[in-house]
Design a protein around this ligand. Sequence first.
Ligand SMILES: *[C@@H]1O[C@H](CO)[C@@H](O)[C@H](O)[C@H]1NC(C)=O
Ligand SMILES: *[C@@H]1O[C@H](CO)[C@@H](O)[C@H](O)[C@H]1NC(C)=O
Ligand SMILES: *[C@@H]1O[C@H](CO)[C@@H](O)[C@H](O)[C@H]1NC(C)=O
Length: 178
Amino acid sequence: MAALQKSVSSSLLGALATSCILLLGLSLQGGEAVPVSSHCRLDNFQEPYITNYTFRLAKEASFEDNNTDVRLIGEKLFRGVNVRNHCYLMKQVLNFTLEEVLFPQSDRFQPYMRQVVPFLAELSNKLSLCHIRGDDRHLQRNVQQLKDTVKKLGESGEIKAISEVDLLFMALKNSCVR
Ligand SMILES: *[C@@H]1O[C@H](CO)[C@@H](O)[C@H](O)[C@H]1NC(C)=O
Ligand SMILES: *[C@@H]1O[C@H](CO)[C@@H](O)[C@H](O)[C@H]1NC(C)=O
Ligand SMILES: *[C@@H]1O[C@H](CO)[C@@H](O)[C@H](O)[C@H]1NC(C)=O
């Protein structure tokens, strides 16, 4: 149990470090499509229990993840995408992760999955009116790369995506909560 707690908090620190790196990466953006930003926004989600469940779900999946050199939610996903569009980008990633990974795998990794999936589905629902105006080809290309990577890896791609649900959580928070 102590070991689990230790690893949970180190994965929390890891994710925080990753999000700092993500934020650092954001400074160099060009102009492009503008979001209909009033809808690209989430209220702060702080509940410690859901954070805890999300990080433990990621941890459990990471024990089964054997593609340690693949990173789905990282600097590359955001590369070249204006910071104002990050919430819309993460909306796309969340939709894909729910539809193609978490719903199909929802019997696994209990009791974490049972708590985390409805929570993320609700966030997705709250973002349903989030759209951007203008050219989003670049953004869609980044999202498509993530989808292609998961699809190409098959089952182990889905495990990889679940093992990054902590990064998904932090990226949604960084991108959509203001
Ligand atoms: C998560 O919850 C467990 C069990 O309730 C607790 O022992 C642990 O300290 C929590 N970890 C974090 C990172 O909040
Ligand atoms: C994903 O997006 C599609 C198309 O916009 C939508 O119909 C579906 O409800 C979304 N799924 C989730 C889980 O938000
Ligand atoms: C990784 O895991 C998948 C499914 O769990 C398995 O099919 C594959 O052989 C594993 N690959 C390696 C390199 O261990």
